[in-house]
Write a protein that binds this ligand. Structure first.
Ligand code: LLP
Length: 847
């Protein structure tokens, strides 16, 4: 049986020389693996828009305002950029000139003519791309898609020509035709097809994805690959939410739902042919050819919210009437009005006297200006009003009904904002709310941080966009990039696994934190990394130390001495530990009523902080959320009066309130939110001078946003100092682990690379599903994709959870290669163990 592959390249992929080179490489590789490879290409970026404007100008009988000249010039420029000869009399340019002239004479552009003019974009781009690829020594054949894709005409001449639908039955004769060609690779057009009489039609905007799906179905392809400028579908629009995560796997229904509710990376219509024939779809990106993108298959879906999509330009039509109650046919009557205006309805909400529907005029090829006509028709049946522009925000994922209990917290956002309509899809794949367009971006960000944020099952959620995007043109500047040789040497000539820390990076982070103008004092949470040289650096930078055990307090005293300012914040400490801590530290934080009720005499005469649980928390994983019902930390707000009373009775002075919400938080607003809440509580404590608003700063937090949110609060409360106590942010990206490849194993279709670093070295992947980038230093960072493979990196510990990283694309590894596990400066060595009698790793500091 022949194996065909269909690969589609979008406009942005074919419009840049560097991406075209990637395309040549991808096609070369695929040609070695498949019997036939069909490359479906879009027009160059912006060309379809220009063609559409050209048609509009001709149709409105105004003269072409230079669109044609611009289109020709754009193609000439592309040819120059790609080093391909340009022929101004080339067939499709000549055709375009003739068609334009003809339309100008007639003074109108019929749907047939529009389809012919629009098709020039793809016909021209594929001709140029074909020439370029041939010059790259890729032998390939140019094909006219209209010879293969046949549309099914309908009674509507406009949609038949401009939003055509094609058949997608398997077509063995097409495969046979491909096999007769001399080349394995065929270059053809997306977006265009032909009616049975051979006349040109187009598939509607974004139709190239659908063309590719038709080709895949007809050829019964092994898979379809769609290459664009993003490697797949994300948990939110990455242009809006920069820590949106790449979705690794989705099933067809989820992908379809995301595409329909606003995800731009995929056209909704392309799913059906693939689903029908169970052809997997892989989304890939030309700027990141080494990254495995989203895979869409017919697999079972893991339940839960996978993305927050939003669609702007939505309008609501609210229809009121008493007459509909128990009256058959009301909906039929009003919906018939929408039908007459060719408006399709997206969401519907009904009550006894009102029906509200949502629609998107633009998606229907219309504009809100039709409203006055529609309204007068509707008013034969009801009172109608239009609300908008709104945005429909959809939480998409399988089994939404079963996940409803997890969504409870999000409804608080609607306390301040109007929620017009809410709809839970009958398919159980989405929950949609319609809100004012103006608040939609902020709401998407909030929902994303609350529902997806740092959490995630590694098999579903992949690399965040901000990490991916930095790998494109300007690779993230990591301190170790300039030290690859030295590090490989260290790895080769020292025992591994081995922790390395870069002190200048820590210094930079300390400076970042010290420059927060709303903060009076910073404490370093030594639990993140208590290496004595790091503590020295932290101390020299004017930080105090936050310690959670008497052991940590003594460690600071041993290495830094009495000059260190120590804040002791233990949880469920014994009476003796608390007593010892009180004697050895500068500030003591009490996080329960128990010590105040039972050991008050030990605390008499002291000044203390009270740790408060505000009832909520956050963080990268549920294990690190330290607020709310499930959390064991702090005194509930309802118990604060009791705590204050106990302190008064026992001569204990409350000088501070403390709240730490969790770790790895990326929502910059939470520190201001909690400060406001603590200030309200402080009103009952006249002796209060400090608010410690905790640590928890995620690595990609926008510190300046935190500061600007805090500044007005600190200015309004000049007698209260704001303190923070970060750990991770200070040390995480200064640290790496060097490990050695021990063995390579291929089993049941999976490749494992053995590493001597395992869960005893770094517990974070096993404990929190944490993501750490892994690189093969021995092979370098610029290994071409054909020397890479997708592997799981496994440690030597006798537990199945001992996997440091799953499904990573790495240069082909060999025994003895040195691996680098990145961003391991925080909660790395300090959480390592001697499990299985394997020693704790050595640590080295670089200056
Ligand atoms: N203050 C208190 C009271 C804390 O419990 C913590 C961290 C911090 C400050 C510092 O939080 P940071 O800025 O580092 O996020 N092992 C986990 C993190 C546990 C955090 C424990 N408490 C991990 O590897 O992600």
């Amino acid at each position: 049986m022949s194996r065909a592959l269909v690969v589609k390249f979008g406009g942005s992929s074919v419009s840049r020389l560097s991406h075209l080179k990637t395309i040549a490489m991808v096609l070369q590789q695929r040609a070695e693996m498949f019997d036939s490879v069909v490359a479906v290409c879009s027009a160059f970026s912006g060309v379809s828009d220009q063609l559409s404007l050209l048609c509009d100008a001709l149709d409105s009988q105004s003269t072409d305002q230079g669109h044609l000249a611009q289109i020709i010039l754009d193609h000439q420029n592309k040819c120059e950029e790609f080093g391909v000869p340009f022929d101004p009399n080339q067939k499709y340019i000549a055709d375009l000139r003739t068609l334009t002239k003809g339309a100008a004479l007639i003074g109108e552009v019929s749907p047939t003519l529009r389809a012919r003019i629009m098709s020039a974009g793809e016909l021209l781009s594929t001709t140029i791309i074909h020439q370029f690829l041939m010059q790259c020594n890729l032998s390939c054949t140019w094909w006219d898609a209209r010879k293969c894709l046949q549309s099914t005409p309908t009674s509507n001449p406009i949609t038949s020509r401009l939003s055509a639908v094609c058949t997608f039955d398997s077509e063995p004769s097409l495969m046979a035709k491909l096999k007769e060609l001399e080349t394995t690779v065929v270059i053809t057009q997306g977006f265009i097809a032909a009616q049975p009489d051979g006349s040109t039609v187009i598939l509607g905007r974004g139709g190239s994805d659908t063309s590719a799906a038709y080709f895949a179905a007809k050829l019964q392809a092994v898979r379809l690959e769609i290459w664009s400028d993003v490697p797949g579908l994300f948990t939110a629009n990455p242009k809006l939410v920069d820590n949106a995560k790449l979705l690794r796997v989705l099933n067809y229904d989820e992908a379809q739902e995301m595409a329909t509710t606003g995800a731009k990376a995929l056209h909704p219509r392309c799913i059906l042919p693939l689903k029908h024939h169970r052809i997997p779809l892989h989304l890939c990106a030309t700027p990141f050819p080494n990254i495995e993108g989203t895979k869409i298959t017919d697999g079972a879906a893991i339940a839960g919210v996978k993305s927050i999509s939003s669609k702007k330009g939505v309008y609501l039509v609210s229809m009121d009437t008493l007459g509909m109650w128990q009256q058959a046919g009301f909906l039929a009557d009003v919906f018939a009005c929408f039908k007459r205006f060719d408006l399709s309805i997206d969401l519907v909400a009904t009550s006894e006297t009102n029906v509200t529907v949502s629609l998107h005029f633009e998606d229907n090829g219309s504009t809100p200006s039709v409203w006055s006509k529609l309204k007068s028709e509707l008013e034969a049946h009801c009172q109608a009003s239009l609300v908008g522009p709104c945005a429909a925000i959809s939480l998409v994922g399988s089994g939404m009904r079963a996940s409803l209990h997890k969504l409870g917290g999000i409804f608080e956002y609607f306390a301040e904002h109007r929620l017009y309509l809410m709809s839970q899809a009958a398919s159980d794949l989405n929950l949609t709310v319609v809100v004012d367009e103006a608040i939609s971006d902020a709401l998407v960000k909030k929902l994303h941080s609350k529902l997806i944020g740092g959490f995630g099952d590694l098999s579903t959620f992949g690399t965040p966009w901000n990490a991916l995007s930095q790998t494109e043109d300007q690779p993230v500047k990591k301190w170790w990039h300039s030290q690859i040789k030295t590090l490989t040497e260290i790895g080769k000539s020292n025992p591994t696994p081995h922790y390395i820390y870069h002190l200048p990076t820590i210094q930079d982070r300390l400076i970042d934190l010290k420059s927060l103008s709303a903060i009076s004092q910073c404490f370093y949470a030594i639990k993140a990394n208590s290496n004595p040289r790091i503590l020295e650096l932290v101390h020299q930078s004017g930080f105090g130390f936050e310690c959670v055990s008497i052991g940590e307090v003594q460690h600071v005293r041993r290495h830094i001495g009495d000059k260190a300012t120590v804040l002791f914040t233990p949880n469920f400490a014994s009476r003796s530990e608390l007593k010892a801590g009180r004697a050895e530290c500068d500030y003591l934080c009490i996080d329960a009523l128990h010590p105040l009720e039972h050991w008050a005499s030990d605390l008499a005469g002291t000044s203390i902080f009270l740790r408060i649980d505000l009832g909520w928390g956050g963080g990268h994983h549920k294990h690190v959320v330290t607020g709310g019902k499930r959390s064991k930390f702090g005194i509930g707000v309802a118990d604060l009066p009791k705590a204050i009373e106990r302190c008064q009775q026992a001569n204990i002075t409350i000088v501070g309130l403390h709240n730490h919400s969790g770790s790895g938080i990326t929502d910059s607003e939470i520190w201001a939110t909690k400060t406001k809440a603590l200030i309200e509580l402080a009103a009952d404590i006249p002796t209060l001078r400090y608010l410690d608003i905790g640590g928890g700063f995620g690595l990609d937090i926008d510190l300046s946003a935190v500061d600007s949110a805090l500044l007005p609060i600190s200015k309004a409360n000049p007698n209260i100092e704001l303190w923070i106590e970060p750990g991770r942010f200070v040390v995480a990206d200064s640290g790496i682990i060097l490990s050695t490849v021990t063995q390579i194993k291929s089993k049941l279709g999976k490749c494992f690379v053995g590493s001597d670093a395992g869960m005893h070295t770094l517990i974070r992947p096993a404990l929190y599903g944490a993501w750490h980038d892994v690189h093969n230093l021995s092979k370098g960072l610029n290994v071409p994709p054909n020397h890479q493979q997708v592997v799981d990196i496994a440690g030597p510990i006798c537990e199945s959870g001992d996997i440091m990283a799953r499904n990573r694309r790495l240069p082909t590894c060999e025994e003895g290669d040195i691996l680098l596990i990145d961003t391991t400066g925080a909660y790395g060595w300090c959480m390592s163990s001697e499990y299985n009698q394997r020693p704790k790793p050595p640590e080295t500091l670089l200056t």
